[in-house]
Design a protein. Structure first.
Length: 531
């Protein structure tokens, strides 16, 4: 690994289902070779997110995602609470190295030698006091054969060997059934499954369960309950003809029950996308200050995304026609507060503007960052229908509405629209400072010229975001920028005040989700939220 640049976790690297013993052994050691590596090299989950800049809650979520285990399970295995921020960051860095197979194997600590509890046949018995006895042996001892038997097993053996005692009727009644006294061909399999020294009751219960399982195979009716009592063959050595009461064991077929449980699974709110991405549709009018504060609240967004939201890496604002500089100032302030709570420092905001108020909107954005660029989107003027489609997508420049005017032949046809692209990063108010990471795709210019609206939307998504990023599409209307994010492995949050337009997006998002996720239920999963 090159220590001069950050080491970024690859997309396919994961520890789900893998052993975490090596990770815990490195974490429990005060210092190790991995810590030496971490001092000389920076590791990251994503290219644009240093671990030191990620919030504690988001960092815990990342650790649970890469390991596939909850924090409670990790703390139980580790033997200590992971509450210190420094410990959590160290654990996250070690997890990234382990997932990338960059942790060297550690020598295992020698296991303490276990003492033998039983003495060998050639060893002499200790002269001290005898230890507590366990289960009583059934073997015949020399003392029992010499006439020193006591009541119990020894007396029974003497009756069988002595004809005088054998003629007497035993005063004790055995509680073991006749079936337990007989030897069968399957006794060896039963003894192997029960382990060493099974009791007669354990053997009887095992035989009954085996008989019930054999009888249940002949039952084909679903959900039926069958009882099967084991048959006892005649025994040659009859000690007691009173068997133990046999309790029938019900056997229930659970095939239909599992299908019913699967059908009753809770509905998913999000629409699935490429590479486990998610699309959320929210009905809210962000042009109103109260609705804006409620929609962009960190707790609400985190709850709607089921804890997956990590900050808006790209925010696209389709500015309403009546908005002024103060409205845009309030919106950017809410976006900045939302990303700060998520621990995101590097992000982009793309704001639609008109020629008449471009200078006012630019001054409002420069209150937060000095890095603002004017970006032009152009649609190739080959067919007038395509120009109308561009009007539907952008919907920010009134000159596009004049394209349908029959007097267009007297003027130049306008095929472009302008956006302001704002870069947010540490020290972005200093014009001499540059971001530490690349925030856009290298080699691109401020002019995007495309042949179709779909190609334009895909270009915006791929030029200004990475896979796994979150795209916030405000006042989206009928625009399909969020669908382009869903198909390219980006997470998206599309917000608009028109329910009719969101329903159109919902139908298309459902088809995309069914294509990428076979478990997505078209009539159950995928909802339009309303804050």
């Amino acid at each position: 690994m090159d220590s001069r640049k950050p080491f970024v976790l690859s997309e396919d690297a994961t520890l789900v289902g893998e052993s975490l013993d090596l990770l815990f052994r490195y974490f429990k050691k005060p210092t190790s070779s991995a810590d030496e590596t971490l001092r000389t090299m920076e590791v990251r989950f994503k290219k644009k997110e240093p671990i030191d800049s990620i919030a504690k809650s988001v960092l815990k979520h990342r650790i649970q995602t890469i390991t596939g285990k909850s924090m409670a399970e990790l703390e139980t295995t580790c033997g200590s609470k992971l509450e210190d921020v420094a410990q959590i960051k160290r654990f996250a860095r070690l997890a990234i190295l382990h997932a990338s197979n960059n942790l060297a194997a550690l020598p295992e600590s020698p296991k303490p030698e276990q003492k033998r509890k039983r003495q060998l046949p050639n060893e002499e018995a200790p002269s001290g006091p005898s230890s507590k006895r366990g289960r009583r042996s059934l073997a015949v001892t020399p003392a029992s054969t010499s006439g020193q038997q006591q009541n119990g097993h020894g007396a029974g053996i003497e009756r069988r060997t002595n004809p005088v005692l054998a003629a007497r009727k035993s005063s004790r009644r055995s509680v073991a059934p006749e079936m337990l006294r007989t030897e069968r061909k399957d006794d060896k399999d039963i003894l192997k499954s029960l382990g060493p020294n099974p009791t007669p009751q354990m053997i009887a219960q095992k035989r009954r369960s085996m008989a019930v399982v054999a009888a249940s195979k002949n039952k084909s009716e679903a959900g039926s309950i069958s009882f099967k009592e084991p048959t006892t063959p005649p025994s040659k050595k009859t000690v007691n003809k009173t068997p133990l009461p046999k309790t029938p064991i019900p056997v229930v077929q659970r095939g239909k029950k599992r299908l019913a449980e699967a059908a009753e699974a809770p509905a998913k709110i999000a629409f699935s996308g490429e590479k486990d991405s998610s699309l959320l549709l929210v009905e809210a009018d962000v042009s109103k200050t109260r609705q804006m504060a409620k929609v962009l609240d960190h707790a609400n967004v985190l709850q709607a995304s089921e804890g997956k939201f990590t900050g808006a890496h790209l925010t696209v604002v389709h500015t309403p026609a009546f908005w002024g500089a103060m409205d845009l100032f309030t919106l950017i302030q809410s976006i900045k507060s939302l990303n700060k709570k998520c621990g995101l420092e590097n992000y982009l905001v793309l704001v639609g503007c008109g020629i008449s108020n471009i200078h006012l909107l630019r001054e409002a954005i420069q209150t937060f960052t000095k890095r603002v660029q004017l970006v032009t989107f152009e649609l190739t003027d080959t067919v007038s229908v395509k120009i109308v489609c561009l009007t539907t997508f952008l919907h920010i420049n009134s000159s596009f509405q004049n394209l349908r005017n029959p007097d267009n032949d007297h003027f130049l046809r306008e095929t472009t629209s302008q956006f302001l692209l704002a870069y947010f990063y540490p020290d972005c108010l200093d014009e001499d400072k540059r971001p530490e990471v690349k925030m856009v795709r290298p080699g691109l210019t401020t002019c995007f010229c495309m042949a179709s609206v779909e190609e334009l939307e895909n270009s915006i998504v791929h030029a200004m975001s990475e896979e796994g990023d979150w795209i916030l599409d405000l006042c989206c209307g009928g625009r399909e920028l969020s669908l382009a994010a869903q198909k390219s492995g980006r997470n998206a949050l599309a917000i608009d005040g028109s329910l009719d337009k969101l329903n159109l997006l919902k139908d298309k998002a459902t088809a995309i989700a069914a294509h990428h996720d076979k478990n997505f239920r078209a009539n159950i999963d995928g909802k339009i939220l309303k804050f």
